[in-house]
Design a protein around this ligand. Structure first.
Ligand code: MG
Length: 247
């Protein structure tokens, strides 16, 4: 939006100078923007560390930024700087609600391999509580392609499989644009998601077709800001270093 604004200003200014003169004779300062500056952000010291304007969701210490789905305290296991899905306690979600975000999240499938396919190292990151970016041990495990790690579950296959071995930490860096709904509740712009998996592009501005459904096709329903949700799929998948920048 901001860039569009700048561009419109340029369009308004430049034609007055450009239409009647050859380009070589134009004043280059006319198309320079000096008054508006990007806000300064201090990046993390090392790759993956939160920049200065990030909201820290999980810093390795406690689940104070999460709750259970019914609003009660989140009770998943926290140990050695990581939180781990604790079977049977259900999904957890952030207390804060979000729209468009940049998300950094690290995850680890259990090093002891149990199960196959969707039963091996399954969890999930639900953007706005509805749209699942799949977490799964997809290193050497076969399942449907639009259900493997890095898929938008039951929708979009990742561009490549950049999965590390179970037991190794993995990174998702996500840019997510929330869907836009018109006043009648219809979706006017679908959600879009870009995902880097361990630094490798696996979703490239992928349109999300609607909320994640296990059966049948997704159908959008109008909503506002919503939590980031982590899935209890019964497997002890761990997460750490979770931070968000609101866009
Ligand atoms: Mg899942």
């Amino acid at each position: 939006m901001r860039n569009l604004f700048f561009f419109l200003i340029l369009l308004a200014i430049v034609p007055a100078f450009s239409q009647s003169k050859p380009r070589e004779s134009l004043d280059p300062t006319v198309s320079e923007i000096w008054d508006l500056k990007p806000v300064k952000v201090t990046p993390g010291k090392n790759p993956g560390e939160a920049p200065s304007d990030a909201i820290i969701i999980f810093d390795g210490k406690d689940l104070s930024n999460f709750s259970a789905l019914d609003g009660s305290a989140a009770k998943w296991d926290v140990k050695d700087g990581a939180l781990t899905v604790t079977k049977g306690l259900g999904d957890i979600k952030t207390k804060k609600q979000f729209g468009d975000i940049q998300l950094h999240i690290e995850w680890r499938a259990p090093d002891v391999i149990v199960g196959e396919g969707q039963g091996r190292g399954n969890s999930g990151i639900f953007l706005q509580e509805r749209y699942e970016l799949q977490v799964l041990d997809s290193y050497e495990s076969v399942t449907y392609s639009n259900g493997q790690a890095g898929s938008i579950y039951k929708q979009s296959i990742p561009l490549v499989n950049a999965t590390r071995k179970p037991g190794e930490w993995q990174v998702y860096d996500v840019v997510y644009n929330a869907p836009v709904f018109s006043e009648n509740g219809r979706v006017s712009a679908p959600a879009k998601i870009t995902v880097l998996h361990n630094g490798v592009l696996i979703q490239n501005g992928t349109a999300i077709f609607g909320p994640t459904e296990y059966k049948g096709l997704p159908v959008y329903q109008s909503h506002g800001k919503a939590s980031l949700k982590l899935q209890d799929h019964g497997n002890p998948v761990s997460f750490r270093n979770i931070w968000i920048r609101e866009l």
